[in-house]
Design a protein around this ligand. Structure first.
Ligand SMILES: Cc1cc2nc3c(=O)[nH]c(=O)nc-3n(C[C@H](O)[C@H](O)[C@H](O)COP(=O)(O)O)c2cc1C
Length: 224
């Protein structure tokens, strides 16, 4: 029964004539080759959206505003480009580089919004200028000139004096809950150290490549 079920689920792949061997690559230029493949799928009525592709990854600086065993916290506009990207794919990676120590930390994890009470608390303690800066910014949208932004800012300063600036309704915090954290220590002999902590898979730690850490973490050394 199981065998039948599995066979039934097998996706029909191609036979030997369709092997993608170096010798039968029609054109050895990747864009032309892409064009050929694209033409094939585009003209096939079974293809619903031939031009669907994964979004580009993107990166930007944000300031770390807190961390605990729960995760790493930053604040931003939820309506920004990063906010929209996180709504679609709530995963992110963080990198730190501390030059004078030749140290770097890389963190990957799942991202969640923090409650607005946390944003209120943090926003209240920001300098006036930063509060106005956040309130006057429709972050990531196009704007005609710096002058336009400055005009919005001065109108807001007229309206709200120090201590009165409201938090922008869609400005708040995120917490990145890590599933992997790597510590990199640069060495003069160029054999740098990399120790990665992550959550264990089945049969881990094995005591050879992976070792038991604390709080459910395991760690392993990586080639530099
Ligand atoms: C050092 C540094 C720190 C920054 N910190 C923040 C931050 O904490 N929050 C934020 O929204 N943008 C911060 N920015 C601006 C972002 O890098 C980015 O320009 C902005 O958030 C818009 O990104 P997006 O259009 O991809 O959403 C910082 C920029 C730099 C250079």
């Amino acid at each position: 029964m199981i065998r039948k079920l599995c066979l039934g689920m097998r996706h029909p792949y191609h036979d030997k004539n369709d092997y993608f061997l170096e010798d039968n690559i029609e054109v050895k230029e990747p864009l032309d080759l892409f064009h050929k493949w694209f033409q094939v799928v585009k003209t096939d009525t079974r293809t619903v959206e031939p031009n669907a592709m994964d979004g580009y990854p993107s990166a930007r600086f944000v300031l770390l505003k807190g961390y605990s065993k729960e995760g790493f916290i930053f604040f931003t506009h939820y309506s920004s480009r990063k906010g929209q990207q996180l709504a679609e794919n709530p995963r992110a990676a963080l990198t730190f580089y501390w030059e004078h120590y030749s140290r770097s930390v890389r963190i990957e994890g799942d991202v969640e919004k923090l409650p607005f009470e946390d944003a209120d608390q943090y926003f209240r303690n920001r300098p006036y200028q930063s509060q106005i800066g956040a309130l006057c910014s429709d972050q990531s949208k196009s704007v005609s000139s710096r002058n336009e932004i400055e005009q919005i800012a001065s109108q807001l300063k007229e309206k709200y004096k120090e201590g009165e600036v409201p938090r922008p309704p869609l400005w708040g915090g995120y917490i990145l809950k890590p599933y992997t954290i790597e510590f990199w220590q640069g060495q003069t002999d160029r054999i740098h150290d990399r120790i990665r902590f992550r959550r264990p898979k089945t049969d881990e730690p094995d005591g050879i490549l992976t070792h038991r850490g604390e709080d459910g973490w395991i760690y392993e050394r990586l080639f530099p």
